[in-house]
Design a binder for this molecule. Sequence first.
Ligand code: 8IG
Length: 276
Amino acid sequence: MHASELQAREHAQQAAAVLADLSGVAQHQVAVVLGSGWVPAADLIGTTVSDLSVTDLPHFSPPVVEGHAGRVRSVDADGLPVLVFLGRTHLYEERGVDAVTHAVRTSAAAGCHTVILTNGCGGLDPQWLPGTAVLIRDHINFTGASPLHGAHFVDITDLYSPRLRALCHEIDPNLPEGVYVQFRGPMFETPAEIAMVRAIGGSLVGMSTAMEAIVARSLGMEVLGMSLVTNLAAGMTGEPLNHEEVLAAGQAAATRMGALLAAVIRALPDQPSTSA
Ligand code: 8IG
């Protein structure tokens, strides 16, 4: 194994050990990463058993983005131990790919077999008004970065679990699906870039998730990705994009997103898919 991969896994083991110690929960089953617009939904997932700053755990960075709380909770969802990260580290923070994927690696080391990755993003479908939840069917990594180290060939054909997406459709038959294109950021796109995204088959644009999903799969986890469209993509409305509308859309959607997450978590299979 590449030395950098080994080090990333060791750092995750260390964080998971401190997490078990400080939270009093030896093992978790499911991890949830709450991105922009999803943090207000955190309280609806279950009963908080422990609430730590991510900086209480080794190798986590303090958060920089408003609306990203930088906390990690152990939540009891009707008996299921769920690890919930309120906020994440992004590529544009320039802390490197290992900082971006440390939460997912720590989740795997803590015992999680499934991870739910959420984000706030721009939407290309004019029918997706701000506040629309969209399942991620697939992604395009447009960052030029990889979160894996060395000659580590991972099959990501079915990265966003078909069976977990089917389960979501049972809960809400109207949930649309989209292809998420991860950009490095921190700037939003130009209208020409959004035209390119449309041409290459993308329907959601954001600055997260793909790196974490790849690492989760490389560690054998089953991945569910959910986007909250908080704005129409650049050039689609005639209005400028700003972070405040993202936070406002999240606040407005919190109850719906929380209920959706709570229902999905309670319906998850006990075991990861063997193909994951
Ligand atoms: I929230 O329109 C949010 N995050 N790249 N583009 C990109 N990221 C985003 C956007 C968006 N909205």
